[in-house]
Design a protein around this ligand. Structure first.
Ligand SMILES: Cc1cc2nc3c(=O)[nH]c(=O)nc-3n(C[C@H](O)[C@H](O)[C@H](O)COP(=O)(O)OP(=O)(O)OC[C@H]3O[C@@H](n4cnc5c(N)ncnc54)[C@H](O)[C@@H]3O)c2cc1C
Length: 402
């Protein structure tokens, strides 16, 4: 009997655990998920929380019943340390779990080294957590009473710039809809060399569409912009320009989670896991990683560094590769499957404030044969459908579905 331990229970962790279970026909193998959260969170819908279009309860699914139904154990604890030499994981409750195979699917932590970027200082806000989205809700409704300028964007090395664009278009839409847009100039600040670079060297038509959209919405923007600091009522660029702001949402770069940074020999200097195209650790063949936890170096250089967008589609793709490889190894087959991150298709629907843009690239990294951007100016129908679909998928545990 093999013991498979998965740390993290969201996109990558849930898929890896459920898919490993499904692929292992011998049900005596033990599969356990350890996650600090007892629920799946549909992160993409956080952008709607500040505007009361969603409550947090609308976008979470308790995972223990789903996992139990599929024959996977669940431990609601935080992993503090991984000993890759002894194959052990220690948690905040003092429990120690040993494993034959480990999957690290712990997602991102925030790199708050940019002066003033820590949301705890109240200069900046962060849309990527329930607490952050609710804090922005408070600040947004304060802004309606007391309108002022808004700055949205990304810090140098940030890799989740698409989410920041989505927040930008949503806040612009809601300021307009509530009649205070005239008194609230909106500025977009990005390290990208051009609009729509997204950390993946752009997609065909992306830059033009975004430029048209920014102009039609009267959003001022700075590209190739390195933010030097964020203060209470201003954002300062390294060029010396100071942009006034009453509400700031600057996406910070990501780090790997503390559990990886606290575990010598496991991650790189940023706490991400170096993997082979099989998503197997480069040094420990019984450790795999999927999702944001994986180290993906930037695709080329830009004047201001931009991180790679590690989105939901690659997180689930990697998790399926991991599940397949673990089940192969357990069954004595060491001929593993793999796909480098850059060759995974880039599939995304970007919300544009009750509108949307569908983005497809046959490879994340260039060279690619095909990429397209399709604006849907009528409504964000696909985005809303995907939310329902992924919440249904999490509730049913049908992780085999795309
Ligand atoms: C605002 C926003 C909007 C986005 N929109 C989109 C979108 O429209 N489309 C898209 O494809 N992607 C989108 N993304 C990116 C997407 O959310 C990520 O790609 C996805 O969440 C990555 O999945 P993951 O499983 O790797 O990490 P996560 O979803 O972050 O999950 C990590 C899990 O690990 C757990 N964990 C962490 N550390 C520990 C520990 N030490 N012990 C135990 N458990 C731990 C966490 O609690 C969590 O459950 C968006 C991101 C943001 C921030």
């Amino acid at each position: 009997m093999a013991k498979v331990l998965v740390i993290g229970g969201n996109f990558a962790g849930l898929t890896a655990a459920l898919e490993t279970r499904r692929r292992l026909h011998d049900k005596s193998h033990d599969i356990t998920v350890i996650s600090m959260k007892d629920h799946f969170l549909y992160v993409p819908s956080l952008i709607w929380v500040p505007f009361k279009e969603r409550e947090i309860d609308d976008i979470v699914v308790p995972i223990e019943p789903v996992l139990r139904r599929h024959g996977v154990n669940f431990i609601n604890e935080t992993a503090l340390k991984i000993d890759p030499f002894q194959s052990k994981v220690t948690t905040d409750k003092g429990n120690v779990f040993d494993y034959d195979y480990l999957v690290i699917a712990t997602g991102p932590d925030l790199d708050l080294s940019l002066p003033g970027s820590d949301p705890a200082l109240k200069n900046n806000t962060y849309i990527g957590t329930p607490a952050g989205a609710l804090e922005i809700r408070q600040r947004f409704f304060d802004l309606l009473d007391n309108p002022g300028p808004v700055v949205v964007g990304a810090a140098p090395r940030a890799g989740c710039i698409g989410a920041s664009y989505e927040f930008l278009f949503n806040i612009e839409y809601h300021l307009r809809r509530r009649g205070v847009r005239q008194k609230s100039p909106v500025v977009w600040v990005t390290p990208e060399p051009y609009l729509g670079h997204f950390g993946m060297n752009g997609v065909f038509g992306g830059s033009t569409s975004l430029k048209l959209f920014m102009n039609s919405r009267k959003i001022d923007y700075r590209v190739n912009a390195a933010i030097a600091s964020i203060d209470k009522e201003k954002v300062t660029l390294e060029s010396g320009e100071v942009i006034e702001s009453a509400l700031t949402m600057i996406m910070p770069p990501f780090l790997g989670q503390e559990v990886v940074r606290n575990s010598p020999g496991l991650g790189n200097e940023k706490g991400f896991i170096p993997v082979l195209p099989t998503y197997q650790h480069r040094d420990f063949s019984n450790i795999f990683a999927a999702g944001v936890a994986v180290d993906v170096p930037p695709f080329g250089t830009t004047p201001i560094p931009v991180g790679v967008p590690k989105t939901g589609f690659p997180a689930e793709t990697e998790a399926r590769i991991v599940a397949e490889n673990i089940s192969r190894v357990i069954n004595g087959n060491h001929d593993l499957t793999g796909k480098p991150f850059g060759e995974i298709p880039g599939v995304c629907v970007m919300d544009a404030g009750h509108k949307e843009v569908l983005i497809y690239a046959n490879h994340f990294a260039r060279p690619r044969q095909f990429s397209v951007v399709l604006p849907n100016p009528t409504y964000n129908t696909t985005k809303r459908f995907l939310e329902k679909y992924f919440l249904w998928k999490a509730r049913t545990g049908l992780a085999r579905l795309p």
